[in-house]
Design a protein around this ligand. Structure first.
Ligand SMILES: [Zn+2]
Length: 253
Protein backbone atom coordinates (compact mmCIF):
# COMPACT_ATOMS: atom_id res chain seq x y z
CA UNK A 1 0.00 0.00 0.00
CA UNK A 2 2.05 2.96 -1.18
CA UNK A 3 1.73 5.79 1.30
CA UNK A 4 2.41 9.45 0.71
CA UNK A 5 2.42 12.40 3.10
CA UNK A 6 2.46 15.94 1.84
CA UNK A 7 1.19 19.46 2.39
CA UNK A 8 -1.70 20.94 0.43
CA UNK A 9 0.58 23.60 -1.05
CA UNK A 10 3.01 20.97 -2.36
CA UNK A 11 0.48 18.42 -3.55
CA UNK A 12 1.01 17.40 -7.16
CA UNK A 13 -1.62 14.83 -8.07
CA UNK A 14 -0.06 14.06 -11.46
CA UNK A 15 3.08 12.81 -9.71
CA UNK A 16 1.42 10.61 -7.07
CA UNK A 17 1.35 7.46 -9.18
CA UNK A 18 -0.08 4.36 -7.52
CA UNK A 19 -0.48 5.85 -4.05
CA UNK A 20 -3.37 4.25 -2.16
CA UNK A 21 -2.86 6.04 1.16
CA UNK A 22 -2.52 9.78 1.27
CA UNK A 23 -2.10 12.20 4.14
CA UNK A 24 -2.42 15.92 3.41
CA UNK A 25 -1.32 18.28 6.17
CA UNK A 26 -2.55 21.86 5.87
CA UNK A 27 -5.10 22.51 3.17
CA UNK A 28 -5.67 26.24 2.88
CA UNK A 29 -8.22 27.82 0.57
CA UNK A 30 -5.41 28.65 -1.86
CA UNK A 31 -4.40 24.96 -1.95
CA UNK A 32 -7.81 23.69 -3.07
CA UNK A 33 -6.83 24.00 -6.73
CA UNK A 34 -4.15 21.37 -6.11
CA UNK A 35 -6.85 18.86 -5.18
CA UNK A 36 -8.40 18.86 -8.65
CA UNK A 37 -8.20 15.28 -9.91
CA UNK A 38 -8.02 13.78 -6.42
CA UNK A 39 -11.30 11.92 -7.04
CA UNK A 40 -9.67 9.95 -9.87
CA UNK A 41 -6.93 8.47 -7.69
CA UNK A 42 -7.34 4.84 -6.52
CA UNK A 43 -7.10 6.02 -2.89
CA UNK A 44 -8.20 3.73 -0.09
CA UNK A 45 -7.14 5.85 2.87
CA UNK A 46 -7.11 9.64 3.12
CA UNK A 47 -6.15 11.89 6.01
CA UNK A 48 -6.78 15.61 6.07
CA UNK A 49 -5.27 17.71 8.82
CA UNK A 50 -5.61 21.47 9.30
CA UNK A 51 -8.21 21.79 6.58
CA UNK A 52 -9.30 25.45 6.32
CA UNK A 53 -12.85 25.01 5.10
CA UNK A 54 -16.27 25.31 6.77
CA UNK A 55 -17.55 22.17 5.01
CA UNK A 56 -16.43 19.53 2.51
CA UNK A 57 -18.18 20.84 -0.60
CA UNK A 58 -14.88 21.61 -2.33
CA UNK A 59 -13.29 18.26 -1.51
CA UNK A 60 -13.19 15.89 -4.48
CA UNK A 61 -13.16 12.62 -2.52
CA UNK A 62 -12.33 9.51 -4.56
CA UNK A 63 -15.23 6.98 -4.48
CA UNK A 64 -12.69 4.21 -3.81
CA UNK A 65 -12.05 5.48 -0.27
CA UNK A 66 -12.31 2.86 2.47
CA UNK A 67 -11.21 5.04 5.35
CA UNK A 68 -11.12 8.77 5.93
CA UNK A 69 -9.69 10.79 8.80
CA UNK A 70 -10.23 14.50 9.26
CA UNK A 71 -8.61 16.12 12.26
CA UNK A 72 -7.37 19.33 13.82
CA UNK A 73 -9.58 21.32 11.45
CA UNK A 74 -11.15 23.95 13.70
CA UNK A 75 -12.89 25.75 10.81
CA UNK A 76 -14.76 22.65 9.70
CA UNK A 77 -18.29 22.90 11.06
CA UNK A 78 -20.24 20.72 8.65
CA UNK A 79 -19.57 17.51 6.74
CA UNK A 80 -21.78 18.66 3.85
CA UNK A 81 -20.20 17.56 0.60
CA UNK A 82 -18.74 14.33 1.97
CA UNK A 83 -20.67 12.61 -0.82
CA UNK A 84 -21.91 9.06 -1.06
CA UNK A 85 -18.56 7.20 -0.89
CA UNK A 86 -20.05 3.69 -1.29
CA UNK A 87 -16.85 1.94 -0.13
CA UNK A 88 -16.21 4.01 2.97
CA UNK A 89 -16.13 1.75 6.04
CA UNK A 90 -14.27 3.90 8.56
CA UNK A 91 -14.61 7.59 9.38
CA UNK A 92 -12.55 9.30 12.07
CA UNK A 93 -13.24 12.87 13.10
CA UNK A 94 -11.08 14.48 15.73
CA UNK A 95 -10.89 17.99 17.13
CA UNK A 96 -12.83 19.76 14.40
CA UNK A 97 -14.98 22.93 14.41
CA UNK A 98 -17.54 23.85 17.07
CA UNK A 99 -20.26 22.74 16.89
CA UNK A 100 -19.95 20.07 14.22
CA UNK A 101 -22.95 19.24 12.03
CA UNK A 102 -22.64 15.57 11.08
CA UNK A 103 -25.89 15.35 9.04
CA UNK A 104 -24.09 14.39 5.83
CA UNK A 105 -22.80 11.17 7.43
CA UNK A 106 -26.18 9.58 6.76
CA UNK A 107 -25.25 9.42 3.05
CA UNK A 108 -22.44 6.97 3.88
CA UNK A 109 -24.60 3.89 3.58
CA UNK A 110 -21.87 1.31 4.12
CA UNK A 111 -20.07 3.01 6.99
CA UNK A 112 -19.20 0.51 9.73
CA UNK A 113 -16.95 2.42 12.11
CA UNK A 114 -17.40 5.99 13.24
CA UNK A 115 -15.21 7.80 15.71
CA UNK A 116 -15.84 11.37 16.87
CA UNK A 117 -13.36 12.76 19.35
CA UNK A 118 -12.60 16.07 20.94
CA UNK A 119 -9.35 17.35 22.34
CA UNK A 120 -8.28 18.11 25.88
CA UNK A 121 -10.23 21.37 26.08
CA UNK A 122 -14.00 21.83 26.28
CA UNK A 123 -14.76 18.79 24.16
CA UNK A 124 -16.23 18.37 20.70
CA UNK A 125 -19.74 19.75 20.38
CA UNK A 126 -22.03 17.96 17.94
CA UNK A 127 -25.23 19.57 16.62
CA UNK A 128 -27.17 16.28 16.85
CA UNK A 129 -26.64 12.53 16.68
CA UNK A 130 -30.00 12.13 14.94
CA UNK A 131 -28.41 11.46 11.50
CA UNK A 132 -26.91 8.22 12.87
CA UNK A 133 -30.08 6.48 13.98
CA UNK A 134 -30.84 4.49 10.82
CA UNK A 135 -27.26 3.75 9.90
CA UNK A 136 -25.63 0.32 9.78
CA UNK A 137 -22.66 1.38 11.90
CA UNK A 138 -21.34 -1.44 14.10
CA UNK A 139 -18.64 0.41 16.04
CA UNK A 140 -19.06 3.87 17.53
CA UNK A 141 -16.57 5.95 19.51
CA UNK A 142 -17.66 9.17 21.20
CA UNK A 143 -14.76 10.47 23.21
CA UNK A 144 -14.08 13.89 24.76
CA UNK A 145 -17.48 15.10 23.57
CA UNK A 146 -19.29 18.08 25.09
CA UNK A 147 -22.47 16.05 25.53
CA UNK A 148 -24.32 18.08 28.16
CA UNK A 149 -27.18 18.81 25.74
CA UNK A 150 -26.83 15.82 23.47
CA UNK A 151 -29.66 13.30 23.10
CA UNK A 152 -28.36 9.71 22.92
CA UNK A 153 -31.70 8.30 21.75
CA UNK A 154 -30.42 8.04 18.13
CA UNK A 155 -27.54 5.88 19.39
CA UNK A 156 -30.00 3.67 21.28
CA UNK A 157 -31.82 3.18 17.97
CA UNK A 158 -28.78 2.12 15.94
CA UNK A 159 -29.80 -1.48 15.31
CA UNK A 160 -26.44 -2.74 13.96
CA UNK A 161 -24.36 -1.32 16.78
CA UNK A 162 -22.18 -3.98 18.44
CA UNK A 163 -19.59 -1.92 20.31
CA UNK A 164 -19.77 1.61 21.66
CA UNK A 165 -16.93 3.40 23.35
CA UNK A 166 -18.85 6.28 24.89
CA UNK A 167 -17.08 8.26 27.63
CA UNK A 168 -19.86 8.18 30.25
CA UNK A 169 -18.89 11.34 32.13
CA UNK A 170 -19.46 13.39 28.97
CA UNK A 171 -23.21 12.67 28.99
CA UNK A 172 -26.25 13.07 31.22
CA UNK A 173 -27.21 9.96 33.18
CA UNK A 174 -30.67 9.77 31.58
CA UNK A 175 -29.05 9.78 28.14
CA UNK A 176 -26.65 6.95 29.03
CA UNK A 177 -29.65 5.07 30.40
CA UNK A 178 -31.38 5.24 26.99
CA UNK A 179 -28.45 3.42 25.36
CA UNK A 180 -28.14 1.00 28.28
CA UNK A 181 -31.84 0.16 28.03
CA UNK A 182 -31.56 -0.66 24.32
CA UNK A 183 -28.17 -2.43 24.43
CA UNK A 184 -27.69 -4.94 27.25
CA UNK A 185 -23.97 -5.27 26.42
CA UNK A 186 -23.53 -1.53 26.96
CA UNK A 187 -25.34 -1.70 30.30
CA UNK A 188 -23.20 -4.63 31.47
CA UNK A 189 -19.98 -2.92 30.45
CA UNK A 190 -20.94 0.19 32.44
CA UNK A 191 -21.91 -1.76 35.54
CA UNK A 192 -18.72 -3.82 35.47
CA UNK A 193 -16.75 -1.17 37.37
CA UNK A 194 -13.08 -1.03 36.59
CA UNK A 195 -10.55 -1.25 39.41
CA UNK A 196 -8.24 1.77 39.65
CA UNK A 197 -4.61 0.79 39.17
CA UNK A 198 -1.91 1.64 41.69
CA UNK A 199 -0.10 4.81 40.68
CA UNK A 200 -3.32 6.08 39.10
CA UNK A 201 -5.38 6.32 42.28
CA UNK A 202 -4.71 5.83 45.98
CA UNK A 203 -5.94 2.69 47.67
CA UNK A 204 -8.61 2.80 50.36
CA UNK A 205 -7.10 4.38 53.49
CA UNK A 206 -9.15 2.06 55.72
CA UNK A 207 -8.78 -1.40 54.22
CA UNK A 208 -6.04 -0.98 51.63
CA UNK A 209 -8.15 -2.33 48.77
CA UNK A 210 -7.91 -0.87 45.29
CA UNK A 211 -10.88 1.39 44.58
CA UNK A 212 -13.54 0.98 41.91
CA UNK A 213 -14.12 3.68 39.32
CA UNK A 214 -17.75 4.78 39.18
CA UNK A 215 -18.93 6.07 35.79
CA UNK A 216 -21.66 8.26 37.29
CA UNK A 217 -19.72 10.78 39.33
CA UNK A 218 -17.18 13.36 38.25
CA UNK A 219 -15.97 14.38 41.71
CA UNK A 220 -16.50 11.33 43.90
CA UNK A 221 -15.57 8.73 41.28
CA UNK A 222 -13.42 6.39 43.40
CA UNK A 223 -15.24 4.03 45.74
CA UNK A 224 -14.05 1.27 48.05
CA UNK A 225 -16.20 -1.75 47.35
CA UNK A 226 -15.79 -2.94 50.96
CA UNK A 227 -15.92 0.22 53.12
CA UNK A 228 -18.30 2.21 50.91
CA UNK A 229 -20.43 -0.62 49.61
CA UNK A 230 -23.74 0.97 50.64
CA UNK A 231 -23.10 4.28 48.89
CA UNK A 232 -21.75 2.53 45.84
CA UNK A 233 -24.79 0.28 45.70
CA UNK A 234 -27.10 3.30 46.01
CA UNK A 235 -25.47 4.89 42.99
CA UNK A 236 -25.71 1.72 40.92
CA UNK A 237 -29.35 1.21 41.96
CA UNK A 238 -30.11 4.78 40.95
CA UNK A 239 -28.72 4.06 37.48
CA UNK A 240 -30.53 0.72 37.26
CA UNK A 241 -33.78 2.61 37.95
CA UNK A 242 -33.01 5.12 35.19
CA UNK A 243 -32.42 2.26 32.75
CA UNK A 244 -35.68 0.58 33.77
CA UNK A 245 -37.54 3.87 33.25
CA UNK A 246 -35.90 4.34 29.82
CA UNK A 247 -36.91 0.81 28.83
CA UNK A 248 -40.48 1.53 29.99
CA UNK A 249 -40.61 4.74 27.94
CA UNK A 250 -39.32 2.86 24.89
CA UNK A 251 -42.02 0.19 25.25
CA UNK A 252 -44.79 2.76 25.51
CA UNK A 253 -43.69 4.70 22.40
ZN1 LIG B 1 -11.91 0.09 52.02
Amino acid sequence: MPFHRTEGAKLDIAKLGAVTELCINTVRKADLKNLVGLHQLPLEHLELRWLSAPDLRDMPFPPSLISLRIWHSSKLKSLDGIGELPNLKTLELRENGQPLDISAISQLENLEELSIEGGYGAGQRIVSLFPLQNMKITTLVLSAIDGKELDLEPVARMSSLRTADIAPLNFEHVELAKVAAAKPWFFEALMDLETAKDGFAKRCAKCGDRKKMLFLRKKKWLWCEVCESKGLQRNLDYFRDLVAAAAETERSV
